[in-house]
Design a protein around this ligand. Structure first.
Ligand code: GDP
Ligand code: ZN
Length: 312
């Protein structure tokens, strides 16, 4: 039988076969094959039913994965979730104020993991229509889908449901932008664990046990990731950051130097495009800021050890 792992608690994988959830142990041979627990939430697995329970015998190839460095185990990848289809990058117009850089950092995380993403601007009931529309124009211009919502009034919630239908999504965004509120508006009664788990636990060794897939009644799943607002990125190299800004590509091809980092190099077509608004200036500013933090982080010891995975 086949199913999707929706939760892992104390080494038991809860597998949804479409009709019900099966508590499954993992076959020993599979456990021995990996340094960390071989199954993650979101994995599609093959299992053998034994009465009302089951044994996971194989894991299918992962389409995508969200990872971070295993706590206390430098350089070891810990997969938080597998087979996520899209990241919903949430920001709010007010409280906290709208930050394009915060949005761009999360879009970069998604791009670097090969995940599709969409932008959700929440709290539109608090005013600031102009700011919300500016954000919409900016991100639609660079080909992201954008939804404006209010978890309070319900505005835009139906449009967001349509974006989530039949997909596996994860919500990301600064604390306080309204991620949990939006999820509750989308499906009242959804059992979020988010609020019960402290940041300390999130950093702890057993973090993955609190990650779960919540089934949406209209089709699809949402990954509930307590306290995880930033994905840890696997080592984005400075030269690769531009790939996370898809709208740069056509300009980057015209730079004078092939290895151009698009800062202020002579003959840089990207910085020139930002000056003439052929590339949105806000996106270019985010690029420079993120590039700066990547370079800064790598500097002290970048030749002496393999750079681990860190958040951007
Ligand atoms: P999270 O940290 O991203 O999960 O944010 P929460 O869902 O906990 O929301 C943070 C605060 O913002 C709470 O006090 C919510 O009641 C409030 N909030 C969330 N969405 C909205 C909204 O659309 N409009 C308004 N006015 N407040 C909201
Ligand atoms: Zn350039």
């Amino acid at each position: 039988m086949r199913g999707r792992v929706v939760r892992i608690l104390a080494g038991v994988c809860w597998v949804d076969d479409g009709a019900r959830e099966w508590p499954c142990k993992v076959r020993k041979r599979l456990l021995k094959s990996s340094r960390t627990f071989p199954i993650a939430v979101g994995d599609t697995v093959v299992f053998e039913p034994v009465g009302a329970e089951g044994v996971v015998t194989a894991r299918l190839q992962r389409k995508t994965k969200l990872s971070r460095e295993a706590a206390g185990d430098r350089g070891v990848e810990q997969v938080i979730a597998a087979n996520i289809d899209q990241v919903v990058v949430v920001a709010s117009v007010r409280l906290p104020p709208l930050s394009f850089t915060a949005i761009d950092r999360l879009l970069v995380s998604a791009e670097s993991g090969g995940l599709a993403s969409l932008v959700c601007i929440n709290k539109v009931d608090l005013g600031g229509e102009e700011d919300a529309e500016r954000a919409r124009a900016l991100y639609e211009r660079v080909h992201y889908r954008v939804v404006l919502t209010s978890a309070r009034t319900g505005q835009g919630i139906e449009a967001l449901r349509a974006e989530l239908r039949d997909k596996v999504s994860v919500f990301a965004g600064e604390s306080g932008v309204g991620k949990s509120s939006i999820l509750m508006a989308i499906q009242p009664g959804l059992k979020l664990v988010t609020r019960e788990v402290s940041t300390a636990t999130e950093r702890g060794r057993h973090a993955t046990t609190h990650v779960s897939l919540l089934k949406l009644s209209f089709g699809g799943y949402v990954l509930d990731t307590p306290g995880i607002t930033h994905f840890k990125n696997y080592n984005i190299k400075p030269a690769d950051l531009q790939l996370c800004f898809p709208e740069f590509a056509e300009w980057a091809a015209r730079c004078r130097f092939r290895n151009c980092l698009h800062r202020n190099e002579p003959g840089c077509a990207v910085s020139e495009a930002a000056r003439t608004d052929a590339i949105p200036a806000a996106r270019y500013a985010s690029y420079l800021e993120i590039l700066g933090s990547i370079i800064e982080r790598q500097r002290p010891d970048w030749e002496t050890r393999k750079i681990g995975q860190r958040s951007i």
